[in-house]
Each structure stands twice: as structure tokens, then as C-alpha cells.
Design a protein around this ligand. Structure first.
Ligand code: 5AD
Ligand code: SF4
Length: 449
């Protein structure tokens, strides 16, 4: 048993990245080692994403390629995890007979049980429950985890999952179906996990959830049942001795005044928020079931900027939602001019079967979606460059992330990627003051002060 090697490939979001770490840690604690290549692995885990058709196609094409690998090496085990696994369940074994195991989004903590209970048997573990209690899980620094290259890659910077699932049912989104109802993790477990991480040298934590703003709203999060909220959690986590704290993702409708105040009150909370708006037209937002108007969103942006004047705001945009007219799209372009996001992730609307909008008429053609997307992205790039250029000749503190032959790459509190040429020794996790001398669309260049 001691010599088995696993290889894990992760698609999609940061939630999936964290879930992959958890599966990797469970495997390491049971004698597996992590390999760097598919060819050396006895077990391949594909952690999948189905948010857009393109993401799912990537997963399916990798699974298709693994058919030959399995034929050449019949003892190889292939396990599919994540949103595609949850969605397809048993069906995946029929469509892809070379797949051995299917593990759903609420079952990752049981991966050993799935793999080892009845060796050789094909199995599916995709049960979901509204009362799912996210397990207590802190094996991060057990000695066996030092065998895990993926965990050692950035030992000073970690994700901590604080909630699972989503109750919002935006009409385009598959997540409430693949990740289930919103469940907040027990507060004491979160704080314990953060403390263990900090004790072992972690300096930056990102609290993760589909909608962290509603942490604690949907259910009880303390073992004794006293009221608790995301702003209180941020304050408690900030006591841990961390250097930097971030969170993602936020839903504008749940961004409370208390949370906005946190940017003023909590020193280590980075000046940065990802606040997906999705569209700049009220009628599209209504059809998307987003539960806010453009005016509501702009008020939140104003409040954030009053609390933290230099806060960097990034967003997600969907272009070509069913029924989106030229006029609606122009309103999205106008919103971009009004807010001037520091950056954005923008996507062409993608029909996901089972979602409400997949049944909507007036689908926008691929050609128009592509035109709108490239127009939006071109303007966003200009704005990002203008915003980044404002940092030229200013100084900022950079946390070192990786060292290269010329110097290092790190991040600012605003979450810019900063490249620094330097011969001075530095280590990942170090905080170094630099002056910015060049700005690009997606990164800055600095020199040590
Ligand atoms: N089509 C296109 N983009 C989508 N997103 C979610 N569902 C879809 C879809 N069906 C985008 C949203 C969300 C981000 C994670 O992915 O912008 O915020
Ligand atoms: Fe999807 Fe909306 Fe939930 Fe985000 S808030 S995961 S877009 S349903």
C-alpha cells in the first residue's frame, strides 16, 4: 500500500483547488504519494468543473485521452470528482467505462472509504444533504503531507473553506445543483484551522465560499448556537497573527454595511474585493435573478470606496444572456465606465442544462456574444492599464510568492501581480517594500526601495 502514487488534476475555481488539497491530504495520510505526471500514477483524480460548456468540454477531452492510458495499464484507477461528477453520477460510468470511481462535491472527505472499502469494485459516492456538516479536517502539517508537492508549492498562502453550496439560484448557474444548499462551516473549526496554519508559518489566508457574505445566515454555525456573522468571523480570524486576509466570493445583495466597515477596522484585511455584477442592465439582472439593481450595485461600490478609498474592485460579467439587447449590452459598457473595475472575468453566456435560463427564449447568437465579449474585454484592458499606471512611482509592500533567476514575483494588497528584479535574497512569504516603475494590464514591475 505504501508505494501507491496519485496524480491530481484540478479544473475550475478556488473551491475546487482547496477540495483537491483536501483529497491529496487524505491520500497522503493513507500512504499514497503525489506524482508529477500521469504516466507514473496508479490513481488519477480529475477534479472537474461544469460552470460553462467550455469547462466541461475540457474535462471530457482529458477523460477521453485517459481511455488509452487505462487500456495500456489496466491496473490504473481513474476517479472523477467535482461538479461534473456530482451532476453525472452513475451515468458517467456508463458514458466512460474506463472511469473507476465517481465522487461528488460533498463526499471528498470520504475518498479513502470510496477507494479502499471494496478494492476493485467500481463505485459512486454522490450523496448530498442539506444538513451536511463540513467535517473538521486539519491534517495540513502532518509529516506525511511533506510528500505533497502541491501543498509545498505555496506554504505561506492558504485557502480556508468557510461555507459550501449556494442558495441563490441565479437563473444561469449550475452551482446550486452541483454543490447543494448553502452550509456554513462551524466557526470553531474554522478558527482552529486558521490557528494551526498560522502556527506553521502561513501568512496569508483567503476565506472561501460561493457567497461568503451570507456566512451564518442560512444555518447555525456555532456549536452553542449563538448568532454569528461573516464580519464577526473576519474579526476573529484577524486575531490569529496572520499578515494578510482576503475573502472570495461575494454576492452584492449580501454585502452588508458591517462588512464594508471591516475594510476600515481590520488592518490585515487586504484592500481588495471581488464583487460579481454580471450585467449592467436592470432587466437582464432581473432575468438572471440577481436580486439587485444597477443603482443598488453602484451604492455598494460608493460605500466600499468611502470605507476604503483605494480599494481594488474586480467583477464577473456575462455577455449575451438570453434576451440581452444591444441596449442592454451598452448599459453593461456604461457600468464599466462608471465603476472602472480594476479587472474583470468576463464570459459568454453558456446554456447549462437544468438551469432556469436554459429554457429561456431569445438566445443571443455566438457571433454577437463574441463581439460583445471582445468589446468589453478591450475596454476593460484599457481601464486596467490606466488604473495600474496610477501606481507608477508609488511604493507598496509585496508578499513574495515565487523566486526566479532574476528576482521574484509577488502580490500587492490590491492583489496585483508584481515582478521585481533583485539580487537580494528573499523567500516566499517575505513582505518587501518596492517602488513601481512600470505598469502593464495584468501586472506591475517594481524595484526594491
Ligand atoms: N454562463 C456563463 N458564465 C457563467 N458563470 C456562471 N454560470 C455561467 C453560465 N451559465 C460565471 C458567472 C460567475 C462566474 C464564476 O462564472 O459570471 O460569477
Ligand atoms: Fe451561481 Fe449565483 Fe450562487 Fe454565484 S451566487 S454560485 S452565480 S447561483
Amino acid at each position: 500500500m505504501g508505494s501507491r502514487i496519485f496524480y491530481i488534476k484540478t479544473f475550475g475555481c478556488q473551491m475546487n483547488e482547496r477540495d483537491s488539497e483536501i483529497m491529496a491530504q487524505s491520500l497522503a495520510a493513507h500512504g499514497y504519494r503525489e506524482g508529477q505526471e500521469i504516466s507514473e500514477a496508479d490513481l488519477i483524480i480529475i477534479n472537474t468543473c461544469s460552470i460553462r460548456a467550455k469547462a466541461e468540454q475540457k474535462v471530457m477531452s482529458l477523460l477521453g485521452m485517459l481511455r488509452k492510458e487505462k487500456k495500456d495499464r489496466p491496473a490504473l484507477k481513474i476517479c472523477v470528482a467535482g461538479c461534473v461528477a456530482q451532476q453525472e453520477g452513475e451515468q458517467l460510468l456508463r458514458r466512460m467505462p474506463h472511469v473507476d470511481f465517481v465522487i461528488g462535491t460533498q463526499n471528498i472527505y470520504n475518498i479513502i472509504e470510496l477507494l479502499e472499502e471494496q478494492p476493485g469494485n467500481k463505485k459512486v459516492l454522490t450523496a448530498m444533504s442539506d444538513a451536511y456538516d463540513i467535517p473538521r479536517f486539519i491534517p495540513e502539517f502532518q509529516p506525511e503531507n511533506h510528500l505533497l508537492p502541491s501543498l509545498l508549492a505555496r506554504p505561506f498562502k492558504k485557502f480556508v473553506t468557510i461555507m459550501q453550496g449556494c442558495n441563490n439560484f441565479c437563473s444561469y448557474c449550475i452551482v446550486p445543483y452541483t454543490r447543494g444548499r448553502e452550509i456554513s462551516r462551524n466557526k470553531d473549526d474554522i478558527i482552529d484551522e486558521v490557528n494551526v496554519l498560522v502556527e506553521h508559518g502561513v501568512r496569508e489566508i483567503t476565506l472561501l465560499g460561493q457567497n461568503v457574505n451570507s456566512y451564518g445566515l442560512a444555518n447555525t454555525v456555532t456549536r452553542n448556537g449563538s448568532p454569528y456573522s461573516f464580519p464577526l468571523l473576519l474579526k476573529d480570524v484577524a486575531q490569529s497573527g496572520l499578515k494578510r486576509l482576503r475573502f472570495t466570493t461575494s454576492h452584492p445583495k449580501d454585502l452588508s454595511d458591517d462588512l464594508i466597515q471591516c475594510f476600515q477596522e481590520i488592518e490585515i484585511l487586504c484592500n481588495q474585493i471581488h464583487l460579481p455584477v454580471q450585467a449592467g442592465s436592470d432587466s437582464v439582472l432581473k432575468k438572471m435573478n440577481r436580486k439587485y439593481t444597477v443603482t443598488d450595485y453602484l451604492h455598494k461600490v460608493d460605500a466600499l470606496r468611502s470605507s476604503c478609498p483605494d480599494i481594488a474592485i474586480t467583477t464577473d460579467i456575462i455577455v449575451g444572456f438570453p434576451g440581452e439587447t444591444d441596449r442592454d449590452f451598452e448599459q453593461t459598457m456604461r457600468l464599466l465606465e462608471e465603476v472602472r473595475f480594476n479587472g474583470s472575468f468576463s464570459f459568454k453566456y453558456s446554456d447549462r442544462s437544468g438551469t432556469k435560463s436554459s429554457g429561456f427564449g431569445e438566445k443571443v447568437t455566438e457571433k454577437i456574444k463574441a463581439e460583445r465579449l471582445s468589446r468589453f474585454q478591450a475596454r476593460q484592458d484599457e481601464i486596467s492599464l490606466e488604473k495600474n499606471s496610477a501606481f507608477t512611482d508609488t511604493s507598496m509592500t509585496v508578499m513574495v510568492e515565487s523566486i526566479n533567476t532574476k528576482g521574484f514575483q509577488g502580490r500587492s494588497v490590491f492583489n496585483h501581480v508584481v515582478h521585481v528584479e533583485s539580487l537580494l535574497p528573499s523567500a516566499p512569504g517575505d513582505l518587501i517594500d518596492v517602488t513601481i516603475f512600470h505598469a502593464g494590464q495584468h501586472s506591475l514591475q517594481g524595484r526594491i526601495i
